[in-house]
Ligand binder design. Structure first.
Ligand SMILES: [Fe+2]
Ligand SMILES: [Fe+2]
Length: 220
């Protein structure tokens, strides 16, 4: 059975991830390459485990988490579709159809205009993906760039990020520390409302409550 290890050591997946990292740097976005892939894979697995998904589904959540953004090198707007299709091409001869489609569908579901969470695996991936806000995602941390780009400004201002999954209380809490001298909390809300809505719905799908804590204030 294909494991996360098989996926991360696959030369095609490695290249898609690498090219995505380079392309996003080139177009001036935050990190969507290897570091993001690893964080999302690990957090998706943690959520899947806490939500008591079957061990194989936990593995699929980690795999989908790792691969969710690898389609970006083909273009940002439809990157979730590219990623899903690339995954299908790469593993169609090695995975059961049901598993393959579960991963493909979860990848596509992580970034749609209309929020639809088709499976528990997709819910785990979404919670993990939307949580990755951090200074190290910013390629150009210069004051000029931060002044011009709100995403870079907010990620740069995020000096702490903790993702707390509590299987007993059934909560997933994102605790971020923001340097308010660099970006006001209001800006954070402006940009991240949609992400938080996605996270809330993904939490609900798993029977979990999503919480957000900014600088020790519980906001959700
Ligand atoms: Fe994405
Ligand atoms: Fe992502």
């Amino acid at each position: 059975m294909v494991t996360l290890k098989d996926v991360t050591s696959n030369p095609l997946i490695q290249e898609y991830t690498h090219q995505t990292g380079e392309y996003m740097k080139f177009v001036g976005y935050t990190d969507h390459g290897l570091a993001h892939a690893e964080i999302v894979a690990q957090r998706a697995r943690a959520v899947a485990k806490a939500a008591k998904l079957q061990p194989r589904e936990q593995e699929l959540a980690a795999i989908a988490g790792y691969c969710h953004d690898m389609g970006n090198f083909l273009g940002r707007t439809q990157h979730h579709y590219w990623g899903g299709l690339l995954f299908g091409q790469t593993f169609q001869s090695r995975m059961e159809p049901k598993e393959l489609t579960t991963v493909m569908q979860a990848i596509v579901a992580h970034d749609k205009d209309e929020i639809k969470i088709p499976s528990l695996v997709a819910a785990c991936l979404i919670l993990a993906d939307k949580s990755d806000v951090r200074r190290s995602r910013v390629f150009d941390g210069s004051p000029q760039n931060r002044a011009a780009d709100i995403h870079d400004r907010l990620n740069y201002a995020t000096t702490g990020n903790e993702f707390v999954v509590d299987s007993k209380k059934k909560t997933v809490t994102l605790k971020v520390k923001i340097d308010t001298a660099l970006a006001p909390v209001m800006e954070y809300f402006e940009i991240f409302t949609e992400r938080m809505e996605y996270s809330r719905k993904a939490g609900e799908r798993l029977g979990f409550k999503f919480g957000l804590v900014i600088n020790h204030f519980k906001l959700l």
